[in-house]
Design a protein around this ligand. Structure first.
Ligand code: 3EB
Length: 347
């Protein structure tokens, strides 16, 4: 009944520390009442979640509306018991192995965005340290008006500046520990961050076709974006590859201005290259481009949706859970960005 998600259907199934499902909004109540899994977090895209106020887990309504006519919610779950809490405005769930946090950030027009970003990231790091899950694995950032210029810098660049400061102030900070991430612009009010963290670190995977984002030259902003192209995490039961938001960037430059088709092709090349890289550096088979566990496609202009979907369906099986979302990409010349998760087996 629910979209096929082959994390559940492998023949050697055993409880996996964390998994993620896309569930039709209309089935959510039933899913929650029948699932043996404990819910870590629920994310909706442009829609309210009915009855949400009664749920103890972090809830995120992200202002990236779905472009097709389905209403899906993203549900993160754990096989074991989950506890919930809140600190510094960060709502969280934690199981034995996994920590899921979420924060809504008020921009009251007082502090500049870099200051807010730095403080928020510090609060996240302090919480993760205190709770014993110091390793950020995967982060999603949703930032209103991401391409707007304020104080001479794009809001994305201010966000990156504060994030960079907070990361570099961490004890024993290493670029190799940067999480996978997506940073997407919204056209509504909500500035929010949600994230997955762990007791043990994941492994950074970079893309040989692209300059590492944390080494981008200064022309893209005073401080580089603090993320890895992908993180491979060995949970109990399974290895997951978390692929960051990936776009039509080769080296450090955006390619194929104005062409969604060409940008899609380049983006898929980048993801293939990353999968190849993961296979060699970590000795795991993440499958090929055609069978990720799930994918999200962020599209800047709603009118590009149909052609992007048609082109993508020629490359990716229709069985793969996919969400098409309207979102702004952090460089104004980029028309789309794709993130993915893969599960895999050791050789
Ligand atoms: C890029 O490759 C495209 O700043 O957290 C993708 C994923 C992008 C994450 C981030 C930015 C971020 O530079 C943009």
């Amino acid at each position: 009944m629910f979209p096929a998600n082959h994390w559940h259907t492998s023949s050697d199934y055993q409880p996996i520390a964390v998994h993620c499902d896309y569930v039709p909004l209309s089935h959510l109540a039933r899913y929650l009442s029948t699932s043996a899994q404990k819910i870590l977090a629920i994310i909706s895209f442009g829609k309210d979640i009915p009855g949400a106020a009664t749920l103890p887990c972090p809830l995120n309504k992200v202002d990236t509306p779905q472009l097709d006519n389905t209403s899906m919610v993203e549900v993160w779950a754990s096989p074991g018991p989950v506890s919930h809490g809140e600190q510094h405005g960060i709502h969280y769930s934690a199981s034995d192995e996994v920590f899921f946090g979420s924060i809504h950030i008020a921009e009251l027009g007082q502090a500049p965005l870099d200051v807010i970003s730095r403080k928020t990231h510090r609060n996240i790091f302090d919480l993760l340290q205190a709770k014993g899950y110091p390793h950020l694995i995967r982060v999603w950032n949703y930032l209103p008006n991401i391409n707007q210029i304020t104080n001479g810098l794009e809001r994305y660049q201010l966000f990156c500046l504060g994030r960079h400061q907070a990361f570099s102030e961490r004890n024993n900070f290493s670029e190799r520990d940067l999480p996978a991430a997506s940073t997407i612009g919204t056209r509504d009010r909500n500035f929010q961050i949600y994230f997955l963290a762990a007791r043990q670190a994941g492994k950074q995977i970079e893309n040989p076709r692209q300059v590492s984002a944390f080494h981008y030259p200064r022309c893209y902003g005073p401080r580089s974006p603090s993320f890895s192209r992908a993180v491979l995490k060995k949970w109990k039961g399974e290895h997951h590859l978390y692929i960051s938001g990936t776009a039509s960037i080769v080296g450090h430059e955006s390619c194929h201005h104005g062409s969604p088709q060409e940008q899609l092709r380049e983006t898929l090349c980048n993801i293939e290259s990353l999968l190849e890289r993961a296979k060699h550096t970590a000795n795991v088979d993440c499958g090929s481009l055609c069978n990720p566990s799930s994918m999200k496609i962020y599209i800047r202009h709603a009118q590009d949706f149909e052609q992007i979907k048609r082109a993508l369906e020629k490359r990716i099986s229709h069985k793969i859970p996919m969400l098409y979302l309207q979102g702004d990409i952090c460089r104004s010349d980029l028309l789309l960005e794709i993130e993915a998760m893969c599960h895999m087996h050791r050789y």
